[in-house]
Unconditional design. Structure first.
Length: 179
């Protein structure tokens, strides 16, 4: 579908088209990247209760380092079942963005999203089990589940689990915990 067609649908009030127009502006798909326009379209779709738009709006606030607003939006999206928002909450907790670091709470959010099938949450949960709890069995279980869903980083980690040893020894959480 051409961007112009999508834009017409969004302007006609379709919340999914509003979300998709926001994604186009956020990612620069078919249009020049423009976070202000993305945010405006996400707000419109979020006002109509579209969960992914609420989540994406949270991502934009997080990029601006407005972690309080990002957290509020992620929580709202999780109520509507958005697993990526759950994973992003875990990311905020594990890194201490806008709060004290809380790996236990991060793992709760990762687990919730992983149980609902989110491969990124499975990967982050596996890494957390390895680095936070030093539980290699649980770490391997979740990394294998993420690998089986074709998560490219989980595939790489599983092929070389020994690379996690260096992360488990330090204070810094591995850079593979992403959104």
């Amino acid at each position: 579908m051409a961007f112009e067609d999508l834009l017409r649908m969004a302007e006609a009030g379709d919340p999914y088209a509003m979300r998709d127009v926001g994604i186009c502006y956020m990612d620069g798909n078919g249009v020049e990247r423009n976070n202000s326009k993305a945010m405006a379209w996400f707000r419109k779709a979020a006002g109509l209760g579209e969960p992914e738009a609420i989540h994406r709006l949270g991502v934009l606030y997080e990029k601006e380092k407005d972690y309080d607003e990002a957290m509020k939006l992620y929580l709202k999206a999780t109520i509507l079942g958005n697993t990526r928002a759950m994973t992003n909450l875990g990311y905020l907790y594990i890194n201490g963005y806008g709060m004290e670091k809380d790996p236990v709470e991060a793992m709760r959010w990762y687990r919730r999203a992983a149980d609902l099938g989110d491969p990124l949450a499975m990967r982050n949960l596996g890494i957390s089990y390895y680095c936070v709890e030093q539980n290699r069995e649980e770490a391997t279980y979740w990394l294998l589940k993420a690998r089986d869903l074709f998560d490219p980083v989980a595939i790489q980690i599983i092929s070389n689990l020994s690379s996690l040893n260096s992360w488990a020894q330090g204070d810094v959480h591995p850079p593979l915990l992403v959104q």
